[in-house]
Design a protein around this ligand. Structure first.
Ligand code: UD1
Ligand code: UDP
Length: 367
């Protein structure tokens, strides 16, 4: 088979985690000339994941600026991607998810008439404002994609509903589980001293639609939970977005049983999830990983594009809502039966072979 130039693009932390298994699997294919493009929409959060998986970007756009705005980020990405596509002339471009990087890559590929494969295709809330701007990003990327690598049957159905041809959809499982299985079996260390006598609640939060008052409500709820429960410890690796970081430190910095730290590297974060009693988060990736680790997740959002685990009863939506966060967390702390129901270890998001299915589909196509 003739060699094909495969350009794999990563911009942010979750894209690197979910693309790493795909990049590594493609690199094992004799027909694939794999090139890795980091837009570096995230800087150090991206770099640490890439180095953990031992992947060196061939091209680095170094896009990130402090507190970057969506319009300028998109415009700068498009200009730089234009140059890359002209020089690289890939036969296929792959990118994952719903960030601004992915939307810009899909559009740039469309303009250059280069086939684009969308990894983690078909997630929808059907509400353009929530999550913002991710729902729009993935709708645009999906509209322009040649291949839709859908993680679940539900995602496939969403794409069919939008008129995507069934032949262009491949249900693969989510590659986040590939990455998790590659990592979770290793000797892992959180790297932070915790009180063994206390139950650990792990928190992450970064969604743009929660900036402002909703995020302040989340912080108020964490403070109240910490005050009411002397037998818990809350570990919160704070996202570096200044809209999150500044408020989190201002509102939570004074509590004895809340530990604030910077973003954890991927392996220590997996260790923290394994150690946690429960997880409170608005992260997409965490909603997918935690059920596989038998950890209940309370999601700080009113809607999710990942309904599968909610339907199974192992993830619950609590919104950025002060009362609901406290009520549902307290229930899981106090009621063993309610806790066990959510800690069943059922995972609807994949079997760890997602990357292999993506690579097989491309191999068959090019053959
Ligand atoms: C982005 C994605 C979001 C994804 C999230 C994963 C968009 C619009 N948003 O959100 O979909 O869920 O990443 O975490 O694509 N920063 C640093 N260092 C880093 C990374 C970020 O300092 O390594 C700070 C910078 O000030 C940067 C800001 O965070 O400007 C925001 O980064 P950006 O990628 O625009 O948005 P996120 O909120 O990280
Ligand atoms: N993660 C990490 N360190 C942290 C928090 C999260 O490595 O401090 C990992 C987590 O395991 C998951 C991914 O980052 O795989 C989720 O990224 P994020 O929440 O930033 O983005 P989302 O998934 O919401 O797009």
């Amino acid at each position: 088979m003739k060699t094909k130039r495969c350009l794999c693009v990563v911009g942010t932390r979750p894209e690197a985690i979910k693309m790493a298994p795909v990049i590594l699997a493609l690199k094992n294919e004799p027909w694939a000339n794999v090139r890795v493009l980091a837009t570096a929409q995230h800087r150090h959060m991206l770099d640490q994941v890439m180095s953990f998986f031992d992947i060196e970007p061939d091209i680095d756009l170094n896009i990130m600026r402090p507190n970057q705005a969506l319009t300028t980020l998109t415009a700068r990405l498009l200009l730089k991607l234009d140059d890359v596509l002209k020089t690289e002339k890939p036969d296929v471009v792959l990118a994952q998810g719903d960030t601004t990087t992915v939307m810009a890559v899909a559009l740039a590929c469309f303009y250059h008439r280069i086939p684009f494969g969308h990894v983690e295709a078909g997630l929808r809330t059907w509400n353009m404002q929530n999550p913002f701007p991710e729902e729009a990003n993935r709708v645009i990327a999906g509209r322009l994609a040649r291949w839709h690598f859908a993680p679940t049957e539900n995602a496939r159905q969403n794409l069919l509903r939008e008129g995507v041809s069934d032949a262009d959809i491949i249900v693969t499982g989510n590659t986040v589980i590939d990455a998790l299985l590659m990592t979770a079996s290793k000797e892992l260390d959180i790297g932070i001293e915790l009180d063994d006598a206390k139950r650990l609640i792990l928190v992450t939060s970064h969604r743009r639609e929660n900036f402002g008052e909703p995020f302040r409500n989340i912080c108020r709820a964490l403070n109240t939970l910490a005050e009411r429960n002397s037998d818990i410890q809350i570990l919160y690796p704070v996202h570096p977005n200044p809209n999150v970081k500044d408020v989190a430190h201002e509102m939570l910095g004074g509590s004895d049983n809340i530990i604030l730290c910077g973003p954890l590297d991927y392996a220590p974060f997996i260790a923290a999830m394994k150690r946690a009693y429960l997880i409170i988060s608005d992260s997409g990736g965490v909603q997918e990983e935690a059920p596989a680790l038998s950890k209940p997740v309370l999601v700080l959002r009113d809607e999710t594009e990942r309904p599968e685990a909610v339907e199974m009863g192992v993830v619950k939506l609590v919104g950025p809502d002060y009362k609901r966060i406290i009520k549902e967390t307290q229930l899981l702390l106090d009621d063993g039966v309610a806790y066990q129901t959510m800690a069943r270890g059922v995972s609807p998001y994949g079997d760890g072979k997602g990357a292999g299915r993506i690579v097989s589909a491309l191999r068959e196509y090019f053959a």
